[in-house]
Design a protein around this ligand. Structure first.
Ligand code: B1M
Length: 634
């Protein structure tokens, strides 16, 4: 009997049925089942099954989210009935995504698996101020701090938390775990964390074992222990180099400007930027392939602007684009500011960190509050279009460089507005409400594109459609909740203005057939993740033969490498650029083409990074491109 209920509990979690898990949990209690056993051998088992399916690629993030909701519904019923003696109290974990980083899907999965493993979690959310981790851990005498970071630019926050713990003598009182896509074992070890793990399941397995080996909380949190640790770490911290606070972006921008001015005249190339880029898109003869590492906000360092100025002052935006393109000799510029312009106009607030990409916060409470705005003065879209217009004029007239406008697609607008986890979950539980909201987002997205074209604010327009990612949702859901809106309503706007459809999607495993073949996309900016190859990440050697004849591909140098300004880092960029450039030429030749590819990075170059790696990539293409064009293409 008990076995039956446990099995049913697991199945109810797998099917994401929260009413059923609550009901079965009540039943388990009535039948006299130990509530702790019901959680671990029932609910948590179900969560492990879904998690395994996710790893195998047969379940997707929305499934994990509804399963976790069902698990929590059961836990709400069972947990109050667990008798806890002090010695068997569950471990407490403070969990969050570090300051500056809004990516929280992975962190939420880690939290779910930790809860499934019987650990009490205190979730601080995303973009968590670093001292909040310490404060909360202290207040709750926590056993573990778990930090996630998805961006190289925010990883350093983890080290700061560990240093603060050391300073306050708390480092030895708890376990520190760090994780997220850019976190390696070496990094975790170097910053003094106890552990990292590649995914939520491994992380929770390790944590459950580790907390079981901890000495009693009272001992670890005693004043004596804390005072001793303060002394111990004082010496270690003193030995640590005080990291300089120099603005590497500005310094390297200045260096590039000085070099440029001292050389005086720029070396002449056969084609102008615009001619080269247009020729490549049409697979016509070129002197070399176009190159544009996706440097957007990073270029503000040439204009000595803060990110906020770049984002809201059209003159600073245009100046940044102009100076960046001039000194780096870029073949185009993509006017990406942030991914929140459209969602801001629907009513979510934008947070502007001093030196980093803005993000949306303050999501709407209710889908019913969503009303389609109008592009008019005072909206973010209007500001974006005005800034783009200025930049386009300056780039076209003074440098002959094409300007590509940029804004978000329908599902990205909605996830920014309501929160990604919520929308992904509601896709399964409330699909009609989501579809209705998406219609409103699509209406606005179409309006914004029309305004770009009507105002002649760009030479071409790029749309961020990043949710086409086979690691997050399957093709069917992507089509239903984004693709169909794009295909039926957004692409016709481009057709009306005789404009090519351009996509940026930096996801791991794009549904390329839909986003290229079905959409008829003319230029596609993609990323490549070697580690996710089995799950569907593809590189130029896969993409050129499949889609090269219909679409110009643009990728795939790792943008994270653009952070490394050391001689070895620059050398790596040069090597990777050479390998990609050669491989692309060979692939084009093999497939009967000559130039349909843009050398780029898989995503935006980090806005806090140095300019020299970006320049190194451009210079390498300029150095080797003409020769490869002659030798390989002929
Ligand atoms: Co953005 N984004 N994003 N993004 N985004 C990435 C992360 C990026 C890698 C894309 C790229 O360059 N190729 C890149 C970061 C590059 C870098 O490092 N510098 C990037 C960027 C640049 C940005 C913006 C700056 C873009 C812009 O505005 N110009 C901006 C940042 C805003 C900010 O944070 N301040 C931005 C915004 C967004 C959205 C808001 C649109 C959205 C996030 C929505 C949300 O989370 N609420 C988003 C998304 C979806 C992505 C991608 C496409 C997918 C991330 C994801 O959710 N993966 C991502 C590229 C990609 O495809 N990988 C990208 C699925 C998730 C389940 O995996 O989070 O890795 P993950 O979690 C895993 C493991 O990492 C591990 O377990 C989980 C699975 O079991 N794990 C742990 C996580 N935490 C752990 C902790 C542990 C142990 C394991 O122990 C403690």
């Amino acid at each position: 009997m008990a076995q039956d209920i446990l099995k049913e509990l697991a199945e109810a979690v797998v099917s994401g049925n929260k009413d059923l898990t609550a009901e079965l949990s009540e039943k388990a209690l009535k039948e006299g089942l130990d509530p702790h056993k019901a959680i671990i051998d029932g609910l948590a088992k179900g969560m492990v099954i879904v998690s395994d399916n996710y790893e195998k690629g047969t379940a997707f993030v929305p499934h994990l989210l509804i399963a976790s909701q069902a698990m929590y519904a059961g836990m709400d019923v069972l947990t109050p009935h667990i008798e806890t003696e002090e010695s068997s109290k569950p471990a407490t974990m403070v969990i969050g995504t570090v300051e500056g980083d809004v990516h929280d899907i992975g962190k939420n999965l880690v939290k779910t698996m930790m809860s499934a493993g019987g650990i009490d979690t205190i979730d601080l959310g995303n973009d968590v101020p670093l001292d909040k981790f310490i404060e909360t851990a202290r207040e709750n005498q926590a056993d573990v701090i778990s930090m996630s970071a998805l961006m190289t630019t925010t990883m350093s926050g983890m080290e700061k938390v560990i240093e603060m713990l050391q300073e306050e003598g708390l480092r030895d009182s708890l376990i520190v775990m760090v994780g997220g896509a850019p976190i390696s074992e070496d990094f975790a070890e170097n910053i003094g964390a106890d552990k990292t793990a590649p995914d939520a399941l491994h992380a929770s397995n390790w944590a459950i074992d580790a907390v079981s080996k901890l000495s009693p909380s009272k001992e670890r949190w005693s004043d004596e222990k804390i005072n001793l640790a303060k002394v111990k770490y004082r010496e270690i911290l003193a030995k640590k180099q005080v990291k300089s606070k120099k603005d590497i972006g500005r310094e390297t921008a200045k260096q590039i400007m000085e070099e440029f001015e001292s050389v005086g005249v720029k070396s002449k190339e056969e084609m102008s930027h615009a001619d080269r880029t247009l020729a490549a898109m049409a697979d016509k003869k070129v002197d070399r392939l176009p190159v544009y590492p996706l440097a957007c906000g990073a270029l503000r360092k040439f204009a000595d602007a803060t990110y906020k100025e770049y984002a809201i002052d059209p003159n600073k935006f245009a100046e940044s684009a102009f100076l960046g393109c001039k000194y780096m000799d870029l073949d185009m510029f993509v006017g990406l500011i942030d991914l929140s312009a459209t969602s801001a106009d629907f009513g979510c607030t934008i947070k502007y960190p001093e030196e980093d990409t803005p993000s949306s916060e303050g999501h709407l409470e209710d889908y019913e509050d969503i009303e389609t705005p109008e592009v008019k003065e005072g909206t973010r879209a209007y500001e974006l279009i005005e800034a783009s217009k200025l930049a386009k004029d300056k780039l076209n007239k003074e440098l002959g460089t094409p300007f590509v406008g940029f804004h978000e697609g329908p599902l990205l607008t909605l996830t920014q507005l309501m929160g990604a986890d919520r929308v992904l979950m509601d896709m399964k539980t409330n699909p009609d409400v989501v579809l209705e909201a998406l219609q409103k987002c699509t209406d606005y997205v179409c309006q914004v594109s029309e305004a770009f074209f009507e105002e002649d604010a760009c030479d071409a327009l790029c749309v961020d459609n990043l949710w086409s990612n086979n690691i997050i949702m399957d093709e069917e859901d992507y089509w239903k909740f984004d693709g169909k809106f794009v295909y039926d309503q957004h692409i016709p706007v481009f057709k009306k203005y005789d404009q090519p459809y351009i996509i940026h999607n930096c996801a791991d495993a794009v549904h390329f057939d839909t986003q290229i073949k079905k959409f008829g996309t003319a230029l596609f900016s993609y990323a490549y993740y070697e580690s996710e190859r089995e799950k569907g990440s593809q590189n130029y050697a896969d993409l050129i033969p499949k889609y090269g004849d219909m679409c110009c591909m643009m990728g795939e140098i790792n943008p994270i490498d653009m952070m490394d300004n050391s001689p070895e880092g620059i050398q790596k960029i040069e090597n990777d650029t050479e390998v990609l450039l050669k491989g692309v030429h060979e692939s084009l030749k093999e497939n009967g083409m000559q130039s349909k590819y843009v050398m780029s990075t898989g995503c935006e170059t980090p806005p806090g990074g140095p300019m020299t790696p970006i320049k190194a990539m451009v210079d390498k293409v300029k150095e080797l491109g003409p020769q490869f064009q002659k030798d390989i293409i002929g």
